[in-house]
Design a protein around this ligand. Structure first.
Ligand SMILES: Cc1cc2nc3c(=O)[nH]c(=O)nc-3n(C[C@H](O)[C@H](O)[C@H](O)COP(=O)(O)OP(=O)(O)OC[C@H]3O[C@@H](n4cnc5c(N)ncnc54)[C@H](O)[C@@H]3O)c2cc1C
Length: 555
């Protein structure tokens, strides 16, 4: 057996990385705070993009590339996007060969649906539970590798911190066994972080709250840069549901669902009127802004509706079945009979850990893939490109990791024990502090600050007020605070989460223009001359600094 690849996260990106590394005969340790069956990837509904061209629309990988770059307002790495879109048809065919039950057309070809921001039908789907179907197939493959001894799963283990040597080379990680609350040090010749989006930082999102953001936040605190943190995707059609947001998938509009509001007593199909070509399938940032304007003018949160009542029963049953069920179960609205009230909600983080085209971070032997890293989506992500990016990115990260790990040595024993001891001491010093603010209250305050300052439309004074509030929260309630009613490591992580929040706020403040998901009331125009660049936030142990960096030239 070759060396060990340690993977944090077992959603689409983590599983794709694990399978790629295991196929190359590397030993894989797969660490995740919950089993794969409960990863957010299971929630993906609408589909996965690939220019399969089964609808006779003359689609191509070039068209997929162009749509992705345009939706991201030219802030994605063109070489990475080119590789992604080229690989997409092969990835979907491979998934079908693994047994993913994609919907098929009358000729037996993989069926494709419309998705926002794309001029061609390009989204392969399995009813409206595509993520669940893909994850099921991958979990089955992982189990085979597990039986062969190539993969060892550490489910119910949470990442706490990295184990680094003096050159900041990654030698492994410290993880917490969630059941016993014991810390353990895990060795890896290379480490791939695939910990998903940072939903926990904001609280009310469509994504999984088990994606606390702690892994990305801790890496940021240690010095790994965060790129494009200001680009947060508000999905236009979500609904409040038990303290989070329920997604009404873009598949609904892809199948013909129509957005309207009531004006002068009649339905006004505002998207169709303003954007006659793409209508309800304009990119998500555009629709969210339109809904935001209507809601701001009317002052009512339930003034916009998504109408599917005109869709044929077979579409509702065979292509949107799970969505219908979710609306009935969680919202008590039957979309076959009445329009669903919708409003925008946080859905996806385009920004994340900075990686190069091969998914290497700035730390040797550390890689990142999936929603936790920035890479393919620029200023705004196309629906259906994220599952694709996670699967493809996981594979690329694993190839880079195995290539770099080959032949490297690892002086793990010394550093592993040291890292665990340091964490224990930090917790002890927090425990010795005399402040006892309740942790859930501080977390709620952090989320409130971020939600208030990083809305669909932001402005300078609002964000500066957010930074001041966050600095005050850090100084007065976070540093040296210990809430004995919460877990010791939850107390420990709070500072990193606040620093990550500050990185997002400073990145947004620094970008004095409007582009994609970042809309500023005080700078409403796009400004390519100054801002056709990535934002990169770094923490040097004392302060967070944001710089703009050049986008690689297209090869
Ligand atoms: C409701 C919904 C519908 C969506 N529909 C679509 C769609 O139709 N098409 C599309 O392309 N995209 C869709 N997306 C987005 C897409 O599902 C995700 O971006 C993608 O699946 C992310 O995969 P991932 O592997 O990066 O992360 P995840 O699947 O989120 O996995 C993250 C993993 O990291 C683990 N983890 C997190 N923190 C820690 C920690 N501290 N320690 C240890 N482990 C940790 C988790 O347990 C999990 O195993 C949807 C998202 C949502 C919320």
């Amino acid at each position: 057996m070759n060396q060990t690849i340690l993977i944090i996260g077992a959603g689409l990106a983590g599983l794709s990385a694990a399978l790629t590394a295991a196929e190359k005969q590397y030993q894989v340790l797969l660490v995740s705070s919950m089993p794969s069956e409960r990863a957010q990837s299971v929630m993906a509904e609408g589909g996965i993009n690939a220019a399969l061209d089964t609808k006779g629309e003359d689609d191509s990988v070039e068209e997929h590339f162009k749509d992705t770059m345009a939706a991201g307002v030219y802030l994605a790495d063109p070489n990475a996007v080119s590789a992604l879109t080229n690989a997409a048809p092969g990835i979907v065919r491979h998934l079908a060969a693994l047994g993913v039950v994609f919907n098929r057309d009358e000729h037996g070809s993989i069926d494709l649906r419309n998705f926002g921001g794309q001029k061609k039908k390009r989204t392969a789907f399995a009813m409206s539970s595509t993520g669940k179907q893909i994850m099921t197939a991958l979990i089955q493959e992982v189990r085979k590798k597990e039986a062969e001894g190539n993969i060892i799963r550490y489910s119910d283990h949470s990442f706490v911190s990295l184990i680094l040597d003096e050159q900041k080379r990654c030698l492994g990680c410290v993880a917490l066994d969630n059941r016993t609350q014991e810390l353990l040090s895990l060795q890896g010749d290379a480490i791939i972080v695939a910990s998903g989006g940072i939903n926990g930082l904001f609280g009310r999102t469509t994504g999984s709250q088990q994606n606390t953001g702690v892994a990305a936040a801790e890496l940021f605190r240690l010095g790994v840069p965060i790129a494009n943190g200001e680009f947060i995707q508000y999905h236009p059609t979500t609904a409040a549901c038990f303290g989070k947001r329920l997604l009404i998938s873009e598949a609904a509009r892809g199948e013909g669902g129509r957005l309207f509001t009531v004006r002068n007593g009649k339905p006004w199909y505002f998207m169709e009127e303003k954007y006659p070509e793409m209508g309800n399938l304009m990119p998500r940032d555009v629709i969210s802004r339109e809904i935001w304007r209507i809601m701001s003018a009317s002052g009512g949160p339930t003034s916009v509706f998504l109408d599917m009542t005109h869709l044929p029963p077979e579409v509702m049953e065979k292509r949107l079945g799970d969505l219908v069920e979710d609306c009935i179960t969680y919202l008590h609205v039957d979309p076959r009979k009445e329009p669903v009230p919708v409003s925008p909600g946080i859905h996806y983080f385009m920004g994340g850990l900075q990686v190069d085209e091969q998914h290497r971070t700035t730390f040797p032997r550390l890689y990142a893939a999936g929603e936790c890293c920035y890479q393919y989506h620029g200023a705004n992500r196309l629906g259906g490109n994220s599952t694709l990016g996670a699967l493809y990115g996981g594979g690329v990260a694993a190839r880079s990791a195995t290539q770099d790990a080959a032949g490297c040595t690892n002086d793990f024993k010394k550093y592993g024990a040291q890292a665990v001891e340091e964490i224990r001491q930090k917790v002890a010093s927090l425990q010795a502090g005399n402040r006892h603010f309740p942790l859930p209250g501080i977390r709620a305050e952090l989320s409130r600050i971020l939600l208030n300052s990083l809305g669909i439309v932001r402005n300078g004074p609002q964000m500066e007020a957010g930074i001041t509030a966050l600095d005050r929260l850090l100084a007065e309630k976070v540093v040296r605070n210990y809430d004995p009613t919460s877990g010791p490591y939850e107390n420990l992580n709070l500072e990193s989460l606040c620093l990550l929040g500050k990185a997002l706020l400073l990145s947004a403040c620094n970008r004095r223009e409007s582009r994609g998901a970042h809309t500023r009331g005080d700078y409403p125009d796009r400004n390519d001359a100054e801002y056709l660049k990535y934002s990169v936030a770094r923490y040097d142990g004392k302060k967070v600094v944001v710089r703009l960096e050049d986008i690689p030239e297209e090869r």
